[in-house]
Write a protein that binds this ligand. Sequence first.
Ligand SMILES: [Ca+2]
Ligand SMILES: [Ca+2]
Length: 318
Amino acid sequence: MTLFVLIRVAAGFLSLCATHLEVRNFVFPAGMTKQEEKFDEWRKLQEERRRKKAEADALHASAREALLRDDYETAIAAHKQSRALRAEAEALGKAIGRLVPEVAREAFRNLKEGALEIRNRAVARLKELGPAAVPEVLAFLKSSRLDSDTQARVRQLVRQFGDVEILEDGLWGQWAVSAKASSEYGKDGYGARQVCGKPNTLQAGDLSTAWASLEPDGGKEWLELTYESSVRPVRVRIHETFNPGAVVKIEARDEEKKWHVLWEGKDTTKHSPGWLDVRFDPPTFATRVIRITLDTSAVAGWNEIDAVQLLGEHAAHE
Ligand SMILES: [Ca+2]
Ligand SMILES: [Ca+2]
C-alpha cells in the first residue's frame, strides 16, 4: 500500500515536471545550458573570425606601404600572411554557418517551452544570429504549432532582420536592397535607388521617391533589383505611382547568372498608386535578382515605380 502511494506520488511529480515545462526549465536548466554552450561557441568563432579579418586587413595595408617604399621582400611576406589569414577566416565562416541552425534550433526549443525570461533570452540570441538564422525561422514557423505569442515574437524578429516579412502562407516577402536601371531621371531623386525598400510614395504623382526613366516615352526600359536572400520566386508585386500600366516582362536571374522569363503580358494596372501583382508557377531555381521591363511608349508620360516586392519560398540553408 505504502509503495503504491509512493509510486503515485512519484508519477504525479514526473507528470507535473512534464506538463509544466517552465518549472522544469527553472529547476533543471538543461536546455539553457546546451543553448548557452552552442551560442558561446558561435560567439567565440565569430570573434576569432573578426580578429583574423582585421589582422589580414592590417597586413594587406602594410604590404601596400612596403611596396610604395620598394621593399618587395617585406611586401610579399606580408601579402602571403594576409592571404593565409583570410583563408583561415573563410574556413571559420563556414564553421559558423554550420553552427547557426543548431544554435537557432536550441533557441526555438526555449522559445516554445521556456519561462518568460528564457524566452526573452532566446529571442535575444536569435537576434544576434541575424539574417543567417532566417531559414531556420521559416522552418520553425512551418513545422510547429505555435501559440500566438510565440508567432508574434518570431515574426517581429524577422522584421528586425531587415526588409523581410513572412506572410501568412509562409512565403517570404522581401523589398529590394539595391537597384539599377537602363536610365534614370536623376541620380538620387527619381533614381533607380528609389525603388529600394518598402513603398514610400503613398500618393499618385510625379514624385522623386519613385524611379523614373530619363525619357517619358523612350521605348523599352528596365529595372534590375537585388534582394537580400535567394528564394524560389512565386509572386512579384510592383508599386506603380505615376502613369501605370507599362510593365511588359518580369525575369529572374538564376545562380548561374542565366535569365529566365517569369511573366510576360499586359500590365492592367489602371490607377496609381496601384499594384501590378503577378503570380506564376515557381521555377526550379532560386533567385535574388529580378529584372522588370517596361514599354514606356505604351503609356504616355513618365511611368514611375516606387517599390517592388519579391515573394517566394525560401531556398534551403546552404
Ligand atoms: Ca511613357
Ligand atoms: Ca520608393
